[in-house]
Write a protein that binds this ligand. Structure first.
Ligand SMILES: Cc1cc2nc3c(=O)[nH]c(=O)nc-3n(C[C@H](O)[C@H](O)[C@H](O)COP(=O)(O)OP(=O)(O)OC[C@H]3O[C@@H](n4cnc5c(N)ncnc54)[C@H](O)[C@@H]3O)c2cc1C
Length: 406
């Protein structure tokens, strides 16, 4: 039983959503998950179609904008349930939720009214494109540019490892509009996929097969000034709020789903693999390792759902969000190692579910910040310098949009 089910703050609505998500994932994603894995590194479009029908792209979108507005706990439950059956589908869903963050949080009234209902209905898929080929997680160093030209901006450069790049209709792109080093030197723009000069360059990774993390190339791409997300110079804020408030927990939830499945598969394996008069699960060493996996999963779930709960309550909780992502990755990686030991020589066999799960899990480390980055942020929360919290900013923006909901 997932720890989530034991959390005292889950409402009946949460539990019925969890049941719905588990039933949906089992019935609609099981066969597709197998096909995606067997297809090798590729972009799968069926997964977009199937997920579009759920309305879950709008889990965090306000109801006035056509969304479900069910909150971060609900989102975490859904992403965990989907990722348990199909890590690639979970990654796809989380990337679209993340892609909607810049529009929902910083978009103009017109942009929000036009796009958010389409996103919530699954007719328009957004991506967020921040990562620079050379500067990586050093966002302020990124090199893609936008320069003004008669009421328009001309964008030039490349973004790599963009989740959902090849299936998105719109990309929220963060580019340089000012001098390097200045925290207001970046700006976010909405770029429609069919704009001349926008190209998706395939850059496959060997994991989460079916999920696109390709390169977005921008060659003299003209966008109107009205496509600016937020104000000139808001790009770093847009990227950080999206990554901290949406990304940390999204990836933690996908990690939890994969982690839970690693435990499911391993439990099944050791309970049925014969050894002497019984099974592997009878051996104390094996039981100890399974207990370690359960301990890691329970710990990671507590960290994630605690952070989600704080976010839903409108609390400033950035350190908890960093901790949720860090714990989800570290705990899952520890369980992955135990699973490897318990599968012996079969752990790396192509076609063994555990081989795929361990490969998929590895890809959860970098997005929304690798462990080292979470540790840097946690150190700052203790030792300083202290920064304003993105979760507090999110709560303020939410209250401003829908005062009755705050
Ligand atoms: C599955 C997946 C989905 C992704 N989705 C998206 C997406 O939707 N949009 C998007 O824009 N990007 C996305 N990314 C990219 C992801 O955000 C980056 O991989 C991440 O920010 C790290 O950047 P990098 O890979 O260039 O590593 P680098 O920045 O080069 O860092 C490599 C390593 O160097 C060390 N390091 C780097 N900087 C520091 C520092 N300041 N202090 C200490 N150590 C440091 C860390 O150990 C780090 O792991 C995705 C990546 C993956 C794998």
């Amino acid at each position: 039983m997932p720890t989530a089910l034991s959390l005292p703050f889950l409402t009946d609505d949460h539990l019925s959503l969890l049941n719905e998500a588990e039933a949906f994932a089992t019935s609609r994603l099981t066969a597709l998950a197998r096909q995606m894995e067997e297809g090798g590194p590729h972009t799968n479009r069926d997964v977009r179609q199937i997920l579009s029908e759920t309305g879950w792209l709008g889990l965090l979108i306000d109801t006035e904008d056509g969304g479900l507005n069910l909150g971060h706990t609900a989102k975490t439950l859904v992403l965990q349930a989907v990722s348990r059956v199909s890590p690639a589908a979970g990654a796809t869903l989380q990337a679209s939720i993340l892609g909607s963050a810049p529009i929902a949080e910083y978009g103009s009234e017109e942009m929000r009214r036009k796009l958010l209902p389409e996103i919530a209905a699954g007719r328009c898929w957004p991506s967020i494109a921040v990562t620079d080929p050379e500067r990586g997680s050093h966002i302020l160093g990124l090199e893609a540019t936008a320069r003004p030209s008669g009421g328009q901006y001309i964008l030039e450069g490349e973004k790599v490892l963009v989740g959902n790049a090849a299936i998105a209709d719109v990309h929220c792109v963060v580019v340089r509009t000012g001098k390097p080093g200045d925290r207001h030197s970046l700006t976010a723009f909405l770029v429609e996929q069919d704009t001349p000069g926008v190209d998706i360059v395939p850059a496959p990774v060997n994991g989460l097969r079916g999920f696109s993390v390709d390169t977005l190339r921008l060659t003299r791409v003209c966008v109107p000034e009205t496509n600016m997300i937020g104000e000139l110079g808001d790009g770093l804020d847009v990227a950080q709020l999206a990554s901290v408030v949406y990304g940390r927990l999204n990836l933690a939830a996908v990690a939890l789903g994969i982690h839970q499945r690693m435990l499911d598969e391993t439990t099944q394996r050791v309970s049925t693999r014969k050894r002497r008069d019984g099974h592997l699960a009878d051996l104390p060493t094996v039981r100890h390792r399974v207990a370690e996996m359960q301990h890691h999963l329970m710990t990671a779930e507590l960290a994630a759902y605690h952070a989600a709960r704080l976010l839903d309550q409108g609390k400033a909780c950035d350190p908890w969000l960093h901790n949720a992502k860090l714990t989800a990755h570290r705990a899952g990686a520890a369980s992955s190692e135990h699973a490897k030991q318990l599968y012996g020589g079969h752990a790396a066999r192509i076609g063994e579910p555990i081989e795929q799960l361990r490969r998929d899990f590895d890809l959860i480390h970098a997005p929304a910040g690798p462990d080292d980055l979470q540790l840097i942020r946690l150190a700052e929360s203790v030792l300083g310098p202290h920064h304003p919290q993105w979760s507090a900013e999110h709560a303020v923006r939410r209250a401003r949009r829908a005062p009755h909901a705050a």
